[in-house]
Every structure is written in structure tokens, then in C-alpha cells.
Design a binder for this molecule. Structure first.
Ligand SMILES: Nc1nc2c(ncn2[C@@H]2O[C@H](COP(=O)(O)OP(=O)(O)OP(=O)(O)O)[C@@H](O)[C@H]2O)c(=O)[nH]1
Ligand SMILES: [Mg+2]
Length: 492
């Protein structure tokens, strides 16, 4: 997405904000700054310039300016010349910073570079500059304060002091809070992350492809056979590997291709298309109920923390419920995460009936005005049918409490399990349904090709991928970027 749409979002009108808040109070796209537990923010704040609307990328459309700045052209207006409050409040430093910001590319990474110039620690000047940046982006003072307060608490918890320790985290938070995550800038960063995360898979597949293409100038049977072998070795599964190579062969024949290099763009397109799934209607009746399921150890609890963190950063009121009462430490582990990400928590301790926990947590979510509730479930019970029965019971009780719930049943799959992931998906899909898949631990495996297998076998979208243990290591899944990263393409 280009810079105008970013700017448009930043300057979007309060009417749009109001409309969006009323019609989509709990949508993933909402992007007000987050709220601490102590400082409860008025969610209907009419002055908020940060749009809640995920708008279409329309570079031609004129900007809608909120203040009296309607004479400003698009190019003049990526950064506000004055922030909320009187001009007298704005000191010289701020003026200088805003001037520098206005001159640079309208990208979050450039804005951040300028803001952090010559700083190395989270000292007073850092906080002042960060507030300036937010104000320059027309964030009301109250929201800028909340953002800084929350970030400060986070840095203390993580024991981060130097900008190098947390710069990436700061950019992630700003991107979420300002609704800029889908910007080109942030997508590039994500691509790099995916590429780094998939390094081991790429070593297997990407480098193998490179060697194969380098060793064969011309397309021929031996090339296709080696290609098939390579796909199978990368955990794409035999069925998919055979199917994909057959498609490539047909494509080459139909288009009378002779050189191997002419096949690459088609391969990338095909890989990316494997991930296309039909669009779904998202839940609109808050609280949105999200059930995390999957076998033990795949990363359900950590993923809940990462999802809750994202939701918090997007200004949502978040509840986490611990319905994994089977494993002794599970409830405490989840509660610790809830505290760390600033979400509220409900559970009844280990040994309690998981369906009862889910039922009571739903009560709390409904009466407490939550936007979203994440329910953690057990990954292991005495046997498989016990596990499935229990999930069904949880689904039933929450469905009775709240129409349409659970709105999203997310199956968490550990990418390091390779082809076993297919069996897991099959079992969970058959017993109650899976709306989305989150693939974790892609950073530690050469088996990233399993994503292709899952996508081609089941019509379930992969929505996020886990690329590490940090909160920012869960990112939306983009098929094209994944295909490029997997096949070893550079980001440029
Ligand atoms: N490298 C890496 N580690 C991850 C990722 N996601 C989760 N983990 C780690 O995987 C381990 C298991 O994660 P949990 O979240 O406890 O898994 P779970 O599915 O809740 O496990 P059970 O509650 O036992 O069923 C933890 O050490 C996590 O830090 C990821 O994307 N990358
Ligand atoms: Mg767990």
C-alpha cells in the first residue's frame, strides 16, 4: 500500500471513525491506540484522528482532513504542521523534528529513524521525541500519553534499556496502533522476517532450486524428476509434489518453454495460489470468541498471548480464558502471559471443568463489554476422543451463551512436525471444525513446505505464522510473500 493511503488513514474524518466504531466495534482492523487497565479511554473519543476503517488503496482520492487544513495538498500533508493543543505548547525541538519528518519519505520506518536519531537509550529525550512523533501524526495528547505509558511498562517488564533492544518492537507497536501494518514499509519488514524465519526451509528448498536451475539450462525429464524429489524432501508431501510438477510440465509444454529460468515465475505463482481460500464473513457481534485448539506443545498458549497483544495494540478490550485445566501449570502460564500483555484473565484453576470455565468466562466477556475473548484449550487428554468431546462441550456452552460463538476456531500447528501436521488438521477438522490455521515455529525448521501441503489439502486459510518466541513474532500470513521467501527470492 502506498503512502497516501497511510496518510489518508491518519487524517481520516471523525465521521468515518464514528461510523466504523458503530458498525465494526470489534474488527481486527480497528486501530485506535491501546488502553491501559488503569487509564480507561473513552472509546468514542470524537477527536481521535486514527482511523478505524481499513480503506481501499485509492491513491487518487483526495485526503479528508480533520482540522481546518483543507487547503493542504496530499503531498504537503503527511505530517501535521501543528498537533493538538495550542501552538504555544510546541517548543522548538518539536518544530525541528516535524520539519525533518515532513521532508522525509512518508513511511513509518523513515519517521522512526528521524525520531530516534542520535538516541541510544530510553531516556527522557526518547520519550519526548516519541510523544512528538505521535503528536506530529495528529494523535491526541491523551492517546500519545497512553501509548508511551504502556510502552514504558513493557520495556520495564522486558528489562530493555537500549533502543537497539526494542526498536523493532516499537515499530511493530506503532504500526498496529496507527493501522499501518499493511503498508509497504511494514510488509517489507515482515518479508525480511519471514525470509529469515524460513531460512532453514529455504536452505533446503530455495538453495536446492537454485542449484537445480543452475545445473539445467533446458527443461527436460531429468529436470522435472529432480524437481519432484526436491519438493518431497522439503516436506511438501508426495501428492502435492507430483501434482505441482505435473502442472509445471503442462505449463512448459503448452507455452513451448525451453529454458528452465522461464518456469520460475510460474512456479512462484502456483505456490502462492495454493494458499487461496474462499473469503469468509467475519463475526460482527462482539465479543468475538476465538477458540485455540491443537495438540500439546504446538504453541497454543504462546499464540494466544501474541494474538491478545495484537488486539490490545489495536485498542480492543481483551479477555483471555484458561480452559486448559488438565495440565497443572497451564493456567498459571496463561495468566502470566495475560498480565504481560495487559489483557484480563479468567479461569478456575487446574482440575476445574473446562466447559464451566468457558461458560463463566463468556459471562464475564458479555457483561464486561469485551471486544474479544481468547479461550485456551488443552492439547492432551487421556485419549483423543476425550479431547474432542471436551472441545465439543466447550463449543456447545459458548454457542448457547452467544450466537455464532465460537466465531473462530483456530487450529495451531507446529511446523516442525512436518507431514504429521496433515493428520492433525484432518482430525480436528472432522471433529467440530477449523476456521483458520496458525503455523508456529517456522523459524526453527526446514519443514516450512508443510504449509503448502496443508493449504493444498484442506480449504482452511493460514492466517498467521509464528516466527519466534517474541510477541512481534506472530505475523499475518501473506501468500505471495511466503511463496517468494520460501522459493528463496530476495526482497528487492
Ligand atoms: N521458536 C518458536 N517457538 C515457539 C513458537 N510458538 C511457540 N513456541 C514455543 O513452543 C513452546 C510450547 O508453547 P506453548 O504455547 O506452551 O504450547 P501449547 O500448545 O500451549 O502447549 P500445551 O499447553 O502443553 O498443549 C514454548 O516454549 C514456546 O515458547 C514460534 O513461533 N517459534
Ligand atoms: Mg498451553
Amino acid at each position: 500500500m502506498g503512502f497516501f493511503s497511510a496518510v489518508k488513514k491518519i487524517f481520516s474524518s471523525k465521521e468515518q471513525n464514528e461510523e466504523a466504531k458503530q458498525s465494526h466495534p470489534a474488527q481486527e482492523e480497528s486501530a485506535t491506540l491501546s488502553v491501559t487497565d488503569n487509564i480507561e479511554q473513552d472509546k468514542t473519543d470524537k477527536t481521535s484522528p486514527i482511523s478505524l476503517v481499513q480503506e481501499e488503496d485509492n491513491k487518487e482520492e483526495p485526503l479528508i482532513l480533520e482540522k481546518d487544513d483543507s487547503s493542504l495538498s496530499q503531498k504537503d500533508a503527511p505530517i501535521a504542521t501543528k498537533a493538538e493543543g495550542s501552538l504555544a505548547d510546541i517548543d522548538k525541538d518539536f518544530e525541528e523534528l516535524v520539519l525533518a519528518l515532513r521532508k522525509t519519505d512518508a513511511k513509518l520506518s523513515s519517521w522512526l529513524s528521524i525520531t530516534l536519531e542520535n538516541l541510544d537509550k530510553a531516556d527522557d529525550l526518547f520519550w519526548k521525541r516519541l510523544t512528538y512523533l505521535l503528536k506530529a501524526l495528529e494523535t491526541p495528547q491523551s492517546e500519545a500519553d497512553i501509548f508511551c505509558h504502556e510502552f514504558k511498562v513493557w520495556l520495564e517488564r522486558m528489562d530493555y534499556h537500549y533502543i537497539n533492544d526494542f526498536r523493532s518492537e516499537l515499530q511493530y507497536r506503532l504500526a498496529l496502533a496507527l493501522g499501518l501494518e499493511d503498508e509497504e514499509d511494514e510488509r517489507d519488514r515482515l518479508f525480511l522476517k519471514v525470509q529469515q524465519g524460513l531460512e532453514r526451509t529455504r536452505n533446503q528448498l530455495g538453495k536446492g532450486l537454485k542449484t537445480l536451475f543452475a545445473g539445467h539450462d533446458k527443461l527436460g525429464e531429468s529436470f522435472f524428476e529432480e524437481l519432484e524429489e526436491l519438493f518431497i524432501m522439503s516436506d511438501m508431501g508426495a501428492d502435492l509434489s507430483i501434482k505441482l510438477v505435473a502442472k509445471l510440465r503442462d505449463h512448459a509444454r503448452a507455452n513451448k518453454l525451453e529454458d528452465t529460468k522461464d518456469l520460475l515465475p510460474y512456479l512462484q505463482k502456483e505456490v502462492s495460489q495454493l494458499f487461496s481460500t474462499p473469503k469468509r464473513i467475519v463475526a460482527v457481534n462482539p465479543p468475538e470468541v476465538v477458540l485455540l485448539i491443537g495438540v500439546n506443545g504446538v504453541g497454543k498458549t504462546t499464540t494466544i498471548a501474541k494474538l491478545a497483544y495484537r488486539a490490545k495494540m489495536q485498542g480492543k478490550k481483551v479477555l483471555i480464558a484458561g480452559a486448559d485445566t488438565f495440565r497443572a501449570a497451564a493456567v498459571e502460564q496463561l495468566e502470566t502471559w495475560a498480565t504481560r500483555v495487559g489483557a484480563d484473565f479468567y479461569s478456575k484453576g487446574s482440575g476445574a471443568d473446562p466447559a464451566a470455565v468457558a461458560y463463566e468466562a463468556m459471562d464475564k466477556a458479555l457483561t464486561g463489554g469485551y471486544d474479544i475473548i481468547f479461550i485456551d484449550t488443552a492439547g492432551r487428554l487421556h485419549n483423543k476422543s476425550n479431547l474432542m468431546d471436551e472441545l465439543q462441550k466447550i463449543r456447545n456452552v459458548i454457542g448457547k451463551k452467544h450466537a455464532g460463538a465460537p466465531h473462530r476456531s483456530i487450529l495451531v500447528i507446529d511446523a516442525t512436525t512436518g507431514q504429521n501436521a496433515l493428520q492433525q488438521t484432518k482430525v480436528f477438522k472432522e471433529s467440530g471444525g477449523v476456521d483458520e490455521i496458525i503455523l508456529t515455529k517456522l523459524d526453527g525448521t526446514a519443514k516450512g513446505g508443510v504449509a503448502l501441503s496443508i493449504a493444498s489439502t484442506f480449504e482452511v486459510p493460514i492466517t498467521f505464522i509464528g516466527l519466534g518466541e517474541k510477541m512481534e513474532d506472530l505475523r499475518p500470513f501473506h501468500a505471495d510473500d511466503f511463496a517468494k521467501a520460501l522459493l528463496g527470492e530476495k526482497s528487492e
